[in-house]
Design a protein around this ligand. Structure first.
Ligand SMILES: N[C@@H](CCC(=O)N[C@@H](CS)C(=O)NCC(=O)O)C(=O)O
Length: 233
């Protein structure tokens, strides 16, 4: 693609400044990951609100950038080859932005692989499992008489919290230094409150994890990211 005009999504969500990175997102845990990176790094960008309504995420314009109909997605007008480059999947976007800016992903191989390990742990474990927990506890729980799905996801979430609690022993951030792994993981810990699932998973039995989420949320860049793009307006 030679210019942003070649991306059909820009017809529905036109860029104000086509020279900066375009973010298509909503402030959910997966959306906040990328907003947090952009706010932390200071990379110039423009945020477009794409709600989770089918009218947005399943619109032909959004599907042209992410055929998997999920936020977040980006277009970088200055891609790896100097041409506009579109990308979806929050983990892939975080790695891309870390490599582009040289921030929040250690350069030394050991630190880099450990950061990737925790990023993958979030992408393959915490995100999907907590998402299902939210489905069965907050959104559709009352409609499902069978207790097994709910028990399954409560048990898995509790187990994953135990893994995080152990990993945080003696460190402030999940891979040592503050990194893209924290930007991926911490927003999902925050989701437990939104799901009304904190008591079910024994949140307060995990004091290092509680302090970790507080530490993440207290960062000024994260505070801003929590409402990017604004939910309303
Ligand atoms: N694996 C994807 C998951 C993204 C995802 O689940 N996004 C949700 C919001 S948190 C979404 O857009 N849902 C809309 C839908 O499924 O229709 C990623 O990490 O980017």
């Amino acid at each position: 693609m030679a210019s942003l005009d070649d991306f059909p999504i820009t017809r529905r969500w036109p860029p104000q400044d086509p020279s900066v990175l375009q973010l298509y997102s909503y402030p959910t845990p997966n959306g906040i990951k990328v907003s947090a990176f952009l706010e932390e790094s200071g990379l110039p960008y423009e945020a477009h609100r794409v709600t989770l309504d089918d009218a947005d995420v399943k619109s032909p314009e959004f599907l042209s950038l992410n055929p998997n109909n999920k936020i977040p997605a980006i277009i970088d007008p200055d891609g790896p080859d100097g041409h506009p480059f579109g990308l979806f999947e929050s983990g892939a976007i975080l790695i891309y932005l870390a490599e582009k800016t040289g921030r929040f992903l250690p350069a030394d191989p050991r630190g880099r692989h450990e950061t990737m390990q925790w990023l993958m742990f979030q992408m393959g474990g915490v995100g999907p499992l907590f998402g299902q927990l939210g489905f069965f506890v907050k959104f559709k729980g009352a409609e499902v008489a069978d207790p097994i799905p709910r028990e399954r996801y409560v048990g898995e979430a509790r187990r994953l919290l135990g893994v995080i609690e152990t990993a945080l022993e003696g460190r402030d951030w999940i891979a040592g230094e503050y990194s893209i792994a924290d930007m991926a993981l911490a927003p999902w810990l925050g989701a437990l409150d939104f799901y009304g699932a904190k008591d079910l998973v024994g949140w307060t039995d995990h004091p290092r994890t509680v302090a970790y989420l507080d530490r993440f949320t207290a960062r000024p860049a994260v505070q801003r990211a929590l409402d990017i793009p604004p939910r309303e307006g």
